[in-house]
Design a protein around this ligand. Structure first.
Ligand code: MV4
Length: 458
């Protein structure tokens, strides 16, 4: 069993991981940058150690500094959280080489899923539906055979960076005239952003819903899946609202998605928590997009909606820690019941009236909401100053009710109770979105916010 866990992260996720570790009797070590000396995770952990200056590249992204911190504190495991080094296969490898348990998948799994062309090939081979497209990376944008093949797929098509993901470096092409230039630009952009010009092409699915499946896999070869999360409310590839179950997924589709996800993770002998992302078209067909080999921001949605043998209390971080220690998962996919309807709103320190410009600064006063079926995951407190170096997440507000309309009502009540003075937040924006007819009807896709913001003149 893990004895002492170093959390290679900050903010709400560091706090979140420390809480679960403590409940399992595991000692905790917080790392922090010079800009984070007053951060809540440093107060809650058993020990803390400074790992460098404010800029992430010199602290939370510095592998030598983090490994040194493990050695100094005698930590025998590292939890990477999300972001920073969470999907860096080299970091996972260095941890294991140094005899430190990396709480996450193997370097091998991370590498396979890190290359989106490779991931798509593995998914297809495992019988998971993928979007029609060109199987290999594009090397010559002038190639007439290639142009012919794209014509066969049919416009519009989308160009993606193999090493991208999360929507970075994507470009939609609507006709043959624009193809050559788009390919050249995409290769150039990909080379700059991801040090690789590997790009690929597939059919563009219009106005898709973003549906993802949380899985857990242990080291004995057992995998389980959970009810889907619907993350269709996004702005510039940043998710704003997530919910489960999806208002547009029925029982049969849920089982299909879950089984497809399990096929993929079994194929790569995955271990730990992970998420398989799909898009769903207007007819309800779903296609594999990519796999996230980490615990995600929105994992509490799954924790709150899932009843294991009908009982609440699923803790995905605890499951990750137990799996890392070699334990078996104690339940099956069929044991997971849907307890109601869950919605999460990400409250960011951003000004929705100024194009979501970051609004860091000192929180003068704060009153957290509460009540039946309300969970708040946050690291901020009155007097805390949000630094400029990192992301702007202030709190995740998650609510559970017995049906979707009641969960929306509960979220509106909860957000209205949430008072923060000193910084601007996205709360007023969430309240407007929750009241739109499209959201109330569950009729939102990934283009919804762009259209809504445009129509509102925001
Ligand atoms: C797509 C797509 C439509 N067709 N692929 C974005 C994130 C990445 N994981 C995959 N993404 C998409 N891939 C095909 N073939 C639509 C998205 C997409 C999206 C695209 C534009 C604007 C917002 C989006 C939000 C979610 C998904």
């Amino acid at each position: 069993m893990i004895k002492k866990l170093l959390i290679a992260n900050r903010g709400e996720i560091a706090v979140r991981v420390i809480r679960s570790a403590k409940e399992l009797g595991i000692k905790t070590v917080a790392i922090y940058s010079e800009a984070d000396k007053d951060c809540l995770h440093t107060i809650l952990a058993d020990e803390k150690i400074c790992i460098g200056p404010g800029p992430s590249s010199e602290s939370y992204l510095s592998i030598p500094n983090i490994i040194s911190a493990c050695e100094v504190t005698n930590a025998d495991a590292v939890h990477p959280g999300y972001g920073f080094l969470a999907e860096n296969s080299y970091f996972a490898e260095v941890c294991e080489t140094c005899g430190i348990t990396f709480v996450g998948p193997s370097k091998d799994s991370m590498e396979k899923m890190g290359d989106k062309i490779e991931a798509k090939k593995i998914a297809k081979a495992a019988g998971v539906p993928t979007v029609p497209g060109i199987e290999e990376s594009v090397t010559n944008p002038e190639d007439s055979a290639l142009i012919k093949e794209v014509k066969k797929i049919g416009y519009p098509v989308i160009i993606k960076a193999a090493m991208g993901g999360g929507g970075k470096g994507m470009r939609v092409v609507t006709s043959e005239e624009g193809l050559r230039i788009a390919l050249l630009t995409a290769m150039e952009e990909s080379r700059k952003a991801f040090s690789s010009d590997k790009i690929y092409i597939e059919k563009y699915i219009e106005e898709p819903k973003h549906i993802e499946i949380q899985i857990l896999s242990d080291k004995k070869g057992k995998s389980v899946y959970f009810p889907e999360r619907d993350c269709s409310v996004q702005r510039r590839h940043q998710k704003l609202i997530e919910e489960s179950p999806s208002p547009k997924v029925d029982e049969k589709t849920r089982r299909h998605l879950g089984r497809a996800a399990i096929k993929l993770v079994e194929e790569i002998e995955y271990t730990s928590a992970g998420t398989i992302e799909f898009i769903m078209d207007k007819k309800g067909n779903f296609y594999f997009m990519e796999m996230n080999t980490r615990i995600q921001v929105e994992h509490p949605v799954t924790e709150m909606v899932s009843g294991i043998k009908g009982k609440s209390g699923l803790d995905l971080v605890k499951e990750q820690l137990l799996i890392a220690s070699g334990e078996k998962i104690k339940f099956d996919s069929e044991d997971v019941k849907i307890l109601g309807h869950v919605i999460e709103c990400r409250v960011n320190a951003e000004d929705p009236n100024k194009d979501f410009m970051p609004s860091p600064g000192r929180i003068e006063s704060i009153m957290f909401p509460g009540g039946n079926g309300v969970r708040i995951d946050s690291h901020v407190y009155a007097g805390y100053t949000i630094p400029t170096f990192y992301d702007s997440l202030v709190a995740k507000v998650i609510v559970l009710s017995y049906k979707r309309s009641k969960a929306i009502d509960k979220m509106v009540r909860t957000l209205n109770e949430f008072k923060i003075n000193g910084i601007k937040t996205t709360i007023p924006f969430h309240l407007k979105v929750l009241e739109t007819q499209a959201f109330r009807e569950g009729d939102v896709n990934t283009n919804f916010l762009q259209k809504y913001i445009y129509e509102q003149g925001l």
